[in-house]
Design a protein around this ligand. Structure first.
Ligand SMILES: Cc1ncc(COP(=O)(O)O)c(C=O)c1O
Length: 351
């Protein structure tokens, strides 16, 4: 295996053409990308090159059978212009967990970290200072064999692209609890970051948006009884002073933010319960006033407060909380990510 990464620099940077105060998340990309192909049983030809279109044949297996997985992580710049990743090993392990489930060959660790850090370092000027600012990093793998046979692809392409990021949700969210559609079923691929998991959510999420909601909270596909997660966030409920979140099963993505929030909350002396919470319990707690907060947690969304939820025809709105757990946990998380707070769990990773 050849792990020497070839670097071809862009002749000119696009950075001066971007208005960093006015762009939509995920639509602007940095100057470079990382690319590595899987051919004849080996990951080969790792290259950093100018961000550009890729060429694949119409018969490429990803276009027909959806063998595609991805990751989402961020890099942050501190006041001394040092660049930090947050728990990148978790993303590395998760992409390979997704790979195994989708019959994709695992990606080598050394090459993942080499490609990732060299790419982020090359495009470090794209990481700006300021609240919510970071670089969103998107590693992904696609099946790239040119044959329309419904079998695992023989060839693959691993890539990393990067997009400057600002705050994802700037307002509190209104969510609809799923009672008909499902995101994932037991025995399926819900725990993998498989592309199709997201495509399958678009239609029911659009229906929810037409009704004025921002997101769907998915429930278990057997009974639509237990609350699972949101489209791109794990979800937390504060009932009295207990913070509750669902256990990660094979239908829920094992979020890096989720596990970090659980640890930070415990460090703060907050009682965290990892348990299945039913929609009935949630509605009862809203009715008797013990439900204080709901928030989502994810790399893109960070910590996003939810102000109201609807189940079937019943809508519940939460009063704002003075000593909000969401705000407190978010500020500690962001403080660690941006090197403003002590990192006692060794989560930061210097680029
Ligand atoms: C379905 C889903 N759940 C939860 C999350 C949050 O995971 P993380 O905190 O690792 O970003 C994401 C985003 O990656 C997601 O896509």
């Amino acid at each position: 295996m050849n792990f020497d990464i070839k670097i071809i620099k862009a002749n000119e940077s696009k950075i001066d053409t971007i208005d960093f105060n006015n762009f939509s998340f995920g639509s602007v990309f940095t100057d470079h990308m990382f690319e590595c192909d899987y051919i004849d049983g080996n990951w080969t030809n790792p290259t950093i090159k100018p961000y550009q279109p890729i060429s694949i044949e119409p018969s490429a297996s990803v276009l027909h059978y959806g063998q595609a997985i991805f990751e989402g992580m961020k890099a942050y710049k501190d006041e001394n212009d040092e660049v930090w990743l947050f728990r990148p090993n978790q993303n590395f392990e998760r992409i390979n967990k997704s790979a195994i489930r989708m019959a994709i060959p695992e990606f080598p660790k050394e090459l993942f970290f080499e490609g990732l850090t060299k790419l982020v370092d090359t495009d470090r000027d794209w990481i700006k200072h300021g609240e919510g600012r970071s670089l969103y990093i998107r590693p992904f793998i696609i099946g790239n064999e040119y044959a329309i046979q419904a079998v695992p692809s023989k060839n693959y392409k691993f890539m990393i692209i990067c997009a400057p990021a600002t705050l994802y949700y700037t307002k509190k969210l209104k969510v609809l609890v799923a009672d008909k559609y499902s995101r994932a079923a037991s025995g399926g691929v819900g725990y993998a970051k498989a592309a199709g998991n997201y495509a399958g959510q678009f239609y029911p999420t659009n229906l929810a948006k037409e009704l004025g909601f921002d997101q769907v909270i998915w429930t278990d596909s057997n009974e639509h009884k237990y609350l699972e997660e949101a489209g791109t966030m794990n979800i937390f409920f504060r009932i009295d002073n207990n913070l509750i979140t669902a256990p990660v099963t094979d239908t829920i993505l094992d979020g890096v933010t989720r596990k970090s929030i659980i640890q930070i909350a415990r460090d703060q002396g907050i009682n965290v319960e990892i348990k299945k919470l039913s929609i009935e319990e949630l509605k009862n707690s809203a009715k008797n006033g013990s439900l204080k907060e709901i928030f989502g947690a994810g790399t893109a969304a960070v910590v996003s407060e939810i102000k109201g939820f609807q189940h079937k025809k019943e809508y519940f709105e939460l009063d704002g909380q003075k000593d909000s757990y969401a705000e407190k946990l978010k500020s500690i998380l962001v403080g660690i990510q941006t090197n403003k707070l002590q990192d006692k769990h060794n989560w930061r990773y210097k680029v």
